[in-house]
Design a protein around this ligand. Structure first.
Ligand code: SAM
Length: 285
């Protein structure tokens, strides 16, 4: 593939602005614009799309998103050192790139986007990646303001996102939450050597698409039930759910589960049944 734009190579940009990667900010940069274009395209056709990017850094993925025809990219970056490099990209694509300096955990992304459909695409900082993801999935309003999430995680985290009860080693609270409200899949792996500096482990790009109508249940109840169940993941639920209720067997029965069920063995819909049964039990008290 030929160069995706006429901006300077990323290694040059990083040298020019002295952007030594900082571990505390989870900085592992991608310099290969063919790879960033592959990640950008993994979110679907980009022509006319609005994209929110978290942590643009020196702008490798941002450049790919813009070169591939997005209407607008809203990028939130915590490291002020990256802003001049991002300003160069904004100048190359007038009116299409908005950079917000701030902590993505605190910025109201939905308000920035307004009423347009938008997707989130990011090579996430590994230290806040899961917190950002759970924030997006646990949104009050559903369907959420975002159309899809296309995100880079460490492979081990990616496996915990997409796991089900057939993958007991990876199956846990994160998988139940993601499986309840989205369809999640791993698209491809990215080797450590693709990043500067290289992380210790392989990364994966994960795609999550909201389910229009997740099985009805209250988020807080689902969180309480999964916390209790996976808190003692190898015990039977009749033991682990004691932290939630004095009558765990009645709860398990009300959810239609066998008394011998264990956290790792039951699918997402059984957690939804438990959450609903728990709410019903509390209401009837
Ligand atoms: N997108 C760039 C790339 O692919 O080369 C950089 C990815 S790097 C893994 C993560 C980026 O997120 C860094 O630029 C870092 O400064 C930024 N970052 C870290 N914590 C952040 C936060 N809480 N909010 C916004 N950006 C953050």
């Amino acid at each position: 593939m030929s160069a995706i734009d006429d901006l300077p190579p990323l290694r040059e940009v990083v040298r020019k602005y002295d952007l030594m990667a900082r571990k505390a900010l989870g900085q592992n940069f991608l310099f290969d614009l063919n790879l960033t274009a592959r990640i950008a395209r993994a979110s679907g056709p980009l022509e006319g799309a609005t994209v929110v990017e978290i942590g643009p850094g020196p702008g490798g993925l941002t450049r790919a998103l813009l070169a591939l025809g997005t209407k607008r990219v809203i990028a939130v970056e915590r490291d002020a050192r990256c802003l001049p490099a991002l300003a160069e990209i904004a100048a190359r694509y007038p009116g299409r790139l908005t950079v917000i300096e701030g902590d993505a955990l605190c910025v109201d992304l939905a308000a920035l986007v307004g009423n347009e459909p938008a997707r989130i695409v990011a090579n996430l900082p590994y230290n806040v990646g899961t917190a950002l993801l759970t924030g997006w999935i646990a949104a009050e309003a559903w369907p959420p303001w975002w159309e899809s999430l296309t995100l880079m995680f460490q492979r081990e985290v990616a496996e915990r996102i997409v796991a089900d009860e057939n993958k007991p080693k990876d199956y846990g609270r994160l998988a139940v939450l993601c499986g309840w409200r989205t369809r999640a899949s791993i698209l491809f792996d990215v080797a450590p050597s693709a990043f500067v500096p290289p992380p210790k482990v392989t990364s994966s790009v994960v795609n999550l698409v909201p389910r229009r109508e997740p099985l009805p249940c209250r988020l807080g109840a689902l969180e309480a039930v999964t916390q209790a169940a996976f808190g003692q993941r190898r015990k039977m639920l009749r033991q682990s759910l004691k932290s939630l209720t004095q009558a765990p067997l009645a709860l398990i029965e009300a959810a239609g589960l066998p008394p011998t069920a264990r956290a790792e063995d039951i699918p997402v819909q059984d957690y939804v049944a438990l959450a609903r049964a728990w709410d019903a039990m509390r209401e009837s008290r």
